[in-house]
Ligand binder design. Structure first.
Ligand code: DQA
Length: 148
């Protein structure tokens, strides 16, 4: 069975309550439920984690080497600051999709740079909670392409 790892970065545990005009009203729990439904339908095993800690995220990515076929990550604020998470993604060798609920390119200047996107296959940004289902579809395509 193919395996996808989803990592939610800092403050995403507050989704639904956190700045709903920017991030929407859908909770992280709901997003995770939806991802689990999609995974079940696709017969893909899914592991979902959330962490507010940079080092913990680096450890999780490091441990995922050779264990997952695809990584979906919303590094949240670390997107714009973390060389460590970028390096962990690059070192993991796992095909990675970066996700954002908001369109980071339409926001403050400091959010318009992603340190991690260049080491990902691609980025999905700006579709609210739907960014995650789009990322799941992208992950499925990457997994299918690998099988060929
Ligand atoms: C975010 C965008 C980041 O700039 C911000 O720090 C977040 C969430 C998004 O999903 O839109 O926490 O990654």
């Amino acid at each position: 069975m193919k395996k996808i790892l989803v990592i939610h970065g800092p403050n995403l545990d507050l989704l639904g309550r956190r700045e709903p005009k920017i991030y929407g009203k859908v909770s992280l729990e709901k997003i995770n439920q939806e991802l689990k439904v999609l995974a079940k339908k696709a017969k893909i095993a899914i592991t979902i984690v959330q962490s507010n800690h940079e080092g913990e995220i680096v450890d999780i990515i490091g441990d995922s080497r050779n264990k997952f076929d695809c990584l979906i990550i919303n590094p949240a604020a670390y997107t714009h600051t973390s060389v460590a998470i970028r390096d962990a993604i690059a070192a993991s060798g796992i095909k990675t999709i970066e996700v954002h609920l908001s369109n980071i390119y339409a926001r403050e200047e400091f959010r318009q740079t992603s340190l991690s996107a260049p080491v990902c296959v691609g980025q999905i940004s700006g579709f609210g909670a739907q960014s995650y289902s789009l990322a799941f579809a992208a992950a499925q395509s990457l997994i299918a392409a690998k099988k060929k």
